[in-house]
Design a protein around this ligand. Structure first.
Ligand code: SAH
Length: 407
């Protein structure tokens, strides 16, 4: 039995009993037994009752991440973790069953009961992120279990997210299992082909969380195309490697304009066009700062039937909310100016610190200032392979609105 324990202050056990998976430093009365980073610890109330098992993170404000509330089973064995990983992997089977999609998030950290562990599948390649001291301490165990459960060609580590620094961990990147990736990996998503650069791409290589929203855009384009004399045009802002662009073309868009500050992302986007058989002339790439490019498009009198705004996380923490809100307001204001009457805006925020309610208020303010008579006709969220544990609403980060411009 482990002897290391975290003893909470009086009155601080409620969230643990309600199965929230984080113990903040301010809730702790005493850490008994000098646990090492990532070590399994028992969490107790101030009266000494057992509450949960967790992994110790000495350098983070989140001092322990909880994995089990059952005292009898110490959640440390390979069997425990095999069952936990298998549960998450099995839940994604329906998504992959048709063979039309070969990439998804298999394990989504706290939301799947595996704090700090993210595993994305890109065809036969798995990309792993270890983002907490507890996950870091189990690198070998997780690698062995993932190899056993999924028999991938390779497992590649991309533990270079900012979350590592809060845990006192340096970034770590490289091959954990199998051969090193020689080139971008090809995946299928809803029958469309994409190249994913798992070594140098953003996050683990692709924005898997937008899959359902990309599909929604494709369906919207197809419906608009069927109901109008001329096929719709699409402005895809913060395009990365052109995910929404390829889906837009698949839905029947006549022409797409991609905007991104990363020339490398846009270059891979051009390969994605060719891979799906779309003529290069149907897409124009604008490399630059979206805040400026949108103004230039407006000055040039351009208008679009569909606009996607999928910016990076403007608010990293609560402190950034005001500044981030100004950024969201600005790009949405520009987008409403660029949207044709009858057109639709898909506008997103992946900032956890910006609530869905606040985001809607920001978009409202933007439409008002643009003089657009707009209405909400749909809501967007992260794809189902990025679930939100009911016990941990903090996992609900991606929100978006589909707005129709009536004016
Ligand atoms: N919609 C994409 C994901 C977008 S991620 C998809 O479906 O795959 C956000 C993108 O914004 C990144 O590609 C990043 O390079 C780009 N970006 C960040 N800041 C930017 C800025 N100020 N102007 C333009 N692009 C920016």
């Amino acid at each position: 039995m482990t002897t290391t324990r975290i003893i909470l202050k009086p009155g601080r056990q409620k969230p643990v009993q309600r199965r929230h998976p984080w113990i903040f430093s301010g809730a702790i009365q005493q850490v008994a037994g000098a646990p090492a980073p990532g070590e399994l610890v028992a969490v107790q109330s101030h009266r000494g009752e057992f509450l949960a098992w967790g992994h110790y993170s000495p350098h983070s404000q989140i001092r322990a991440r909880l994995i089990s509330w059952r005292e009898a089973v110490q959640p440390e064995s390979a069997d425990f973790w095999r069952a936990r990983l298998r549960r998450a992997i099995d839940a994604r089977k329906p998504l992959l069953a048709s063979g039309q999609t070969t990439a998804c998030r298999l394990i989504h950290a706290e939301s799947d009961g595996a704090p700090g562990l993210i595993v994305d599948r890109y065809g036969d390649t798995l990309v792993v992120q270890l983002l907490s001291a507890g996950a870091e301490a189990r690198r070998e165990l997780f690698t062995t279990l993932l190899a056993e459960l999924l028999a991938p060609q390779r497992i590649y580590e991309r533990s270079d997210a900012a979350a590592r620094y809060k845990e006192g961990l340096a970034s770590q990147v490289g091959t954990l299992y199998g051969p090193a990736p020689a080139a971008p990996v090809m995946i299928l998503e809803n029958g469309l082909r994409f190249l994913v650069d798992v070594q140098a791409g953003h996050k683990s290589g692709f924005y898997l969380d937008q899959r359902a929203n990309r599909q929604r855009l494709r369906e919207t384009v197809a419906r608009l195309a069927a109901s109008r004399p001329a096929p719709p045009t699409l402005l895809n802002v913060f395009s990365y490697t052109g995910g929404f662009a390829v889906y837009g073309l698949a839905g029947g868009a006549a022409h797409v304009v991609n905007v991104d500050s990363s020339a490398a992302a846009l270059a891979l986007g051009r390969e994605n066009l060719a891979l799906n058989g779309y003529a290069a002339a149907r897409v124009e790439d604008l490399t630059g700062d979206a805040f400026e490019v949108l103004r230039q498009l407006r000055a040039a009198g351009q208008q679009f039937d569909l606009i996607v705004l999928d910016p990076p996380k403007f608010a990293v923490s609560k402190r950034d909310v005001q500044r981030a809100a100004r950024g969201y307001k600005d790009i949405n204001l520009q987008a409403f100016h660029l949207l044709r009457p009858g057109g639709q805006l898909f506008t997103c925020s992946c900032s956890g610190a910006i609530s869905a309610d606040l985001f809607q208020k920001i978009v409202f303010g933007a439409a008002l200032d643009a003089g657009s008579d707009a209405q909400i006709i749909g809501r967007l969220t992260q794809s189902s392979d990025h679930p939100v544990a009911l016990t941990c609403p903090e996992g609900d980060y991606l929100k978006g609105l589909i707005c129709r411009n009536l004016s």
